[in-house]
Design a protein around this ligand. Structure first.
Ligand SMILES: Cc1ncc(COP(=O)(O)O)c(C=O)c1O
Ligand SMILES: [Zn+2]
Length: 372
């Protein structure tokens, strides 16, 4: 196995402690917070022209990825289309393998895990990450165990079993599923939970690279449904890398969208706090947003503040109607999380955060099909 051409190692996002990348790493051994992947980048590290000439998958960004494309466990993820509706660009992540943006994270995490010797994989999930892990585990030839809340729509568990994964349905939220796995999961399985290993973020960040590639410049505002925060944190990280590459100085204002029934990032953002507090009794049918205590909450808050962004909590009764409305208007199958983003945009326009003439990208993070 070979690391990516510019890979420079792993450092804790919070305390700066370096970690050995030659072995499987989880969180910081010193403070327990997420690890960051570093690169040696500069204006000559990668030209946009070069990227454009490569095959259409996120592995075309090899120079900013931690492992060589030749060692990838890939199902053809990334390069999803932008669909214009009412002046807004909807990035349709449903077009990824297994129907969600989770494929981006899992192609990276599973590639590294396999290369570094993992024998089995496990993760708690709100649904989409489990499906993606099951598929990439199958592609890698590694056994997978997932745990999800028992009220997760049936299609998610069936999809995982279809790929040969072992599925456990657990009472409570994804936090309880995580505790269950820790206590009952196989000892030899590597845990690929959101931000508890360093590489899923590296896949998710390619969403921002693609926006620049597709639009020629980053948009003014990005509206993103936030659960664990890998998408948001990944894109924020990519803005910094694209600056080092000399591609752009622009930083879109990031907007984190959550549901009123589980909004730890919104509450901490409004309260001026540096970290999120656990959300008691999390409830929302936008299951991907039901993450009561994201380990990367502090990174989401940094991303929002550094980009002059904001955070919006959407009432539960607006989510499904907004998803239906945007589906009717666009022809894109909008998932509840994407619906929440659409409902948030209405509010952001009303409040003047989004102004006429600004270029806005809204993420439809997955297909609506599995929620029915
Ligand atoms: C469809 C969908 N949207 C958004 C999210 C939140 O993702 P993140 O962990 O990147 O915040 C999830 C996570 O499960 C999801 O499944
Ligand atoms: Zn640390």
């Amino acid at each position: 196995m070979q690391f990516g051409p510019n890979f420079a190692g792993l450092t804790c996002f919070s305390c700066g402690t370096p970690h050995d990348a030659a072995v499987l790493q989880t969180v910081c051994g010193r403070c327990g917070l997420p690890l960051r992947v570093d690169y040696r980048l500069g204006p000559r590290a990668l030209a946009l022209q070069t990227v454009r000439s490569r095959a259409p998958s996120l592995w075309r960004y090899e120079e900013v990825l931690p492992i060589r494309a030749a060692d990838a466990v890939t199902l053809g993820e990334g390069l999803t289309p932008l669909v214009e509706v009412d002046g807004v660009l909807v990035k349709d992540e449903a077009r990824n393998p297994t129907g969600s943006f989770k494929a981006r994270g899992m192609t990276l995490a599973v590639s590294l895990a396999r290369a570094l010797g993992a024998r089995a994989l496990a993760a708690p999930s709100a649904g989409n990450a489990a499906g993606a892990l099951a598929a990439y585990g199958a592609a890698a030839g590694l056994p997978v165990m997932v745990a999800m809340p028992e009220d997760t729509p049936r299609a998610f568990a069936e999809e995982c079993r279809h790929y040969g994964a072992e599925v456990h349905l657990v009472p409570g939220s994804i936090a309880d599923a995580g505790k269950w796995l820790k206590a009952n999961g196989p000892r030899d399985a590597f845990d690929v939970s959101t931000l508890k290993e360093p590489y899923r973020v590296e896949g998710k960040k390619t969403m921002a690279y693609e926006l620049l590639e597709q639009l020629g410049e980053l948009p003014d505002v990005i509206i993103y449904p936030t659960g664990g925060g890998t998408g948001l944190v990944g894109m924020w990280k990519a803005f910094g890398e694209m600056r080092e590459l000399g591609w752009t100085e622009k930083r879109p204002r990031l907007v984190s969208v959550q549901a009123e029934g589980c909004a730890p990032v919104v509450a901490a953002f409004r309260g001026g706090e540096a970290a999120t507090k656990p959300w008691p009794d999390p409830r929302t049918a936008a299951y991907g947003l039901r993450v009561p205590s994201p380990i990367g909450g502090f990174l989401c808050l940094r991303a929002l503040r550094e980009t002059a962004g904001t955070a919006v909590a959407v009432p539960e009764n607006e989510i499904a109607p907004a998803a239906a409305e945007l589906s009717r208007r666009s022809g894109v199958d909008i998932c509840p999380e994407g619906g929440a983003a659409w409902a948030a945009l209405r509010r952001l326009r009303r409040d003047g955060f989004v102004k006429t003439g600004e270029r806005v990208v809204l993420f439809n993070t997955g297909t609506g099909l599995k929620y029915r």
